[in-house]
Ligand binder design. Structure first.
Ligand code: FAD
Length: 225
C-alpha cells in the first residue's frame, strides 16, 4: 500500500490487487477501513484501469473518521475491498465524452488509462471542472495520457480562479463548453461523474442539447452534497 496527496484537498492510495480480482473500466468497490469509530466501508470508485498492476482510490478530504483514516493509511496497513460493483463502463466502440467535477475524475481517469493501454482507436474528450488550477486532480497523469494517446484530449475549466495567467476555460461546464468539446464526434456516449448535484446538472444540460438518455452514463458520488 502506498499513499500520497494529490492536491491540497485530495488524497490517493494504491492498494495491492487481490488475486483473481477482475473489474471493468471503471467500476467501484466498497473500501473498508479501520477507523477511530470502528470498521467502516464506503463506496469508492476505482481510480485506475484494470490493465494496471495496482488498485487505486482517491478521496476529497473531510473531517469524517473514514476520511481521516484513509489519509493516515501506512504501507503495512490492510484494507478490505468488496466488489467490483456497478455498470459505469467505457463502451470500447463509441466516441466518448468524459464529464467530471473534482474528485469525480476517479473512474474517468481509469477509463482514459484503459483506452491508452488497449490502444483503443475511439476519440475521447475529457471535460473537467475544478475550482482552481492547483485543485486539478491527476493533472500530470492526465496530461501524460494526452501525449500517449492522440485520440484523447482534456479540456479543463476553473470555476473560482482569479489567475489571469490561466489559458483554459473558466466557469462551470455549460452547453457551450459541451458543444465545443464534442465538435466532430459522431453520436458519442457521455460519461458523467461527480457529486449528485453535479450529475443532475450535467444530465439536464445534455438533455437540453438533445442528447438521448441512452447516450448518457452516470456515476453519482452519494455522500457528497
Ligand atoms: C458509486 C460511488 C462511488 C464513489 N466514489 C468516490 C470516490 O472515488 N472518491 C470519493 O471521495 N468519494 C466517493 N464516493 C463517495 C464516498 O462514498 C463518501 O460518501 C463521500 O466521500 C463522503 O464521505 P465523508 O466521509 O466526507 O462524508 P461524511 O461526513 O461521513 O458524510 C456526509 C453525509 O453523507 C452521508 N453519507 C456518507 N456516505 C454516504 C453514502 N455512500 N450514501 C449515502 N449517504 C452517505 C452521511 O451519513 C452524512 O450525512 C462514491 C460514492 C458512490 C456511491
Amino acid at each position: 500500500m502506498s499513499s500520497r496527496p494529490l492536491t491540497p484537498t485530495t488524497h490517493a492510495i494504491q492498494v495491492e490487487k487481490p488475486k483473481a480480482f477482475i473489474f471493468g473500466p471503471t467500476q467501484f468497490t466498497f473500501l473498508q477501513l479501520q477507523t477511530e469509530e470502528g470498521m467502516d466501508a464506503r463506496p469508492m470508485s476505482l481510480a485506475t484501469s484494470p490493465t494496471r498492476p495496482h488498485l487505486e482510490y482517491a478521496i476529497r478530504l473531510s473531517d469524517s473518521a473514514y476520511k481521516r483514516a484513509f489519509a493516515a493509511l501506512r504501507p503495512d496497513d490492510e484494507v478490505r475491498v468488496f466488489g467490483p460493483i456497478g455498470d459505469f463502463l467505457l463502451l470500447e466502440t463509441r466516441p466518448a465524452v468524459l464529464v467530471g467535477g473534482g474528485v469525480g475524475i476517479t473512474p474517468l481517469k481509469g477509463m482514459a488509462e484503459y483506452a491508452v493501454d488497449k490502444a483503443l482507436p475511439i476519440p475521447i474528450r475529457l471535460i473537467y471542472s475544478n475550482r482552481s488550477e492547483d485543485e486539478i486532480v491527476y493533472r500530470h497523469e492526465l496530461e501524460a495520457l494526452e501525449t500517449l494517446n492522440p485520440h484523447f484530449r482534456m479540456l479543463n475549466t476553473l470555476t473560482r480562479t482569479t489567475d489571469r495567467g490561466w489559458k483554459g476555460a473558466t466557469g462551470r461546464i455549460d452547453q457551450e463548453l459541451l458543444r465545443q468539446a464534442t465538435l466532430g464526434l459522431a453520436d458519442p456516449i457521455y460519461y458523467v461523474s461527480g457529486t449528485p448535484s453535479m450529475v443532475v446538472g450535467m444530465v439536464r444540460l445534455l438533455r437540453g442539447l438533445d442528447v438521448p438518455d441512452s447516450n448518457i452514463e452516470v456515476e453519482a458520488f452519494r455522500g457528497y452534497e
